[in-house]
Ligand binder design. Structure first.
Ligand code: HEM
Length: 414
């Protein structure tokens, strides 16, 4: 936040602390009085929901770690021990496993919201890029976490994904051996994945701090995409958005609880309740749902190295999104053509997810190729072109004007 803080310590102790470490002023400026556009809708609550889910994952993960054993001979049974013997161990484990899925549901909504409203555009490019880095680290963390229960899908999933690195020319084999800590997915692999799975969420927490910092320099975007012009356009974060976010968090937690208590294994794979067996390959090796679109892209390309490049490319291209979108108008609300292509893109991502869950054969492969090509076309051709060709709708003159224009006139009571 720019400008001096308006926090005034009320007690002698408060003044003493403030002069040495103005932490209360910092919290007051960033969590309470922070001027926030008054037109934020519920899509803007997902950042707060994500922060809550990160804390849920950290707390449940740390308690799970107190009972888990990272060893190929004991990992599977230590998880069964958590489920059966540890007090509320079943709840902890189901919260952590379903919590990961909820975290990804929230992050996908958060990212698509950013894409629709053009939140990645100047001056928020670094904010967006930190977001993409957070997303990459989330994917790595969840992948390594999934290996820890040492079920059949843990083992074979780890094998397929780590083997991808062997496609790298010259150094591929060496890199894979180095990742495994041996000549196959084995005890050193589970040990290092455990160490990293414990470490990375704290790296995420640090990156979230940077993300919020980068957000609070320009301030929040908003659904109109136009800049804040006067204090009329904003309200203090507390109580307006603390309350709005709290309501959204409660509703989101109800969805979480529905999975947790009524369908705790719905998003998982039954085969992961069999202990890992390097001698028996499961009929279909399928990753968790949140990786499926990328899995479809990987398998769409007939060449192994090509598939790996396309898969990583499909995520890395997000880093340069702010420079691929050529439109001067931020929000999709005022971009009639962009809006339609945005929804086509959402459908393509869902379609790729569906195809990723199917065997790589016949028509599934054909459609995977078409949708993969479209995915890249969206970023490289469609976005730059519509930015240049489309005529945006007129923008409101200010956030306040837009809010007032939408307000229904008050009708006096009869
Ligand atoms: C642990 C993960 C994350 C947390 C805790 C988080 C947190 C937040 C919060 C609290 C906000 C402000 C409220 C809102 O707009 O929702 C925000 C805004 C934003 N985030 Fe994230 N975020 C995360 C991941 C991501 C990812 C993966 C991306 C993109 C790839 C991203 C991109 C953005 C953008 C562009 C904004 C600005 C929106 C605007 O002001 O219009 N974030 N984030």
């Amino acid at each position: 936040m720019s400008g001096p803080s308006n926090y005034q310590p009320k007690s002698a102790l408060g003044r003493w602390v403030h002069e040495r470490l103005p932490i209360v002023a910092f919290a007051q400026d960033h969590l309470m009085s922070f001027p926030t556009p008054k037109n934020l809708n519920y899509w803007y609550a997902f950042g707060g929901i994500l922060a809550v889910m990160l804390v849920v994952q950290l707390i449940t993960g740390i308690v799970l770690a107190m009972h888990y054993t990272a060893h190929v001979d004991m990992a599977f049974s230590s998880v069964e021990h958590i489920m059966r013997d540890v007090n509320y161990g079943w709840l902890l484990r189901y919260m952590h496993a379903n919590g990961a899925s909820m975290f990804f549901i929230a992050v996908y909504i958060h990212m698509f919201k950013g894409m629709y409203y053009g939140s990645y555009k100047a001056p928020r490019e670094i904010l967006w890029m930190i977001g993409v880095l957070i997303y990459l680290i989330m994917m790595a963390t969840a992948f390594m976490g999934y290996v820890l229960p040492w079920g059949q899908m843990s083992f074979w999933g780890a094998k397929v994904i780590t083997n991808l690195f062997s496609a790298i020319p010259f150094f591929g084999e060496a890199i894979t051996t180095w990742l495994w800590g041996g000549f196959s997915v084995d005890n050193p692999t589970i040990n290092r994945f455990y160490a990293l799975h414990y470490l990375l969420p704290f790296v995420l927490a640090g990156l979230v701090g940077l993300h919020i910092w980068a957000l609070h320099v320009p301030g929040n975007g908003n659904p109109t995409g136009i800049n804040v012009k006067s204090s009329q356009d904003t309200v203090p974060f507390h109580p307006y958005y603390t309350m709005k976010d709290a309501f959204a968090i409660v509703v989101f937690m109800l969805l979480f609880a529905a999975f947790l208590f009524f369908a705790p294994n719905y998003l998982g794979h039954a085969v992961n309740y069999l202990p890992a067996n390097p001698l028996v390959t499961p009929a279909h090796i399928v990753p968790e749902w949140y990786y499926l679109p990328f899995y479809a892209i990987l398998r769409a390309i007939p060449d192994k190295l090509g598939g790996v490049v396309a898969m990583f490319g499909s995520i890395l291209i997000l880093f340069v999104l702010p420079w691929l979108d050529t439109s001067r108008v931020r929000s999709g609300t005022y971009r009639p053509i962009f809006k339609q292509f945005f929804w086509i893109f959402v459908l393509v991502c869902i379609g790729l997810g569906y195809l990723g869950s199917k065997p790589a054969e016949g028509l599934y492969v054909v459609f995977s190729r078409i949708l993969t090509a479209y995915y890249f076309l969206h970023f490289i051709v469609i976005l730059p072109l519509i930015g240049l060709l489309e005529t945006p709708k007129p923008l409101p003159s200010s956030i306040s004007d837009d809010v007032l224009a939408k307000k229904k006139p008050m009708v006096p009571a009869e």
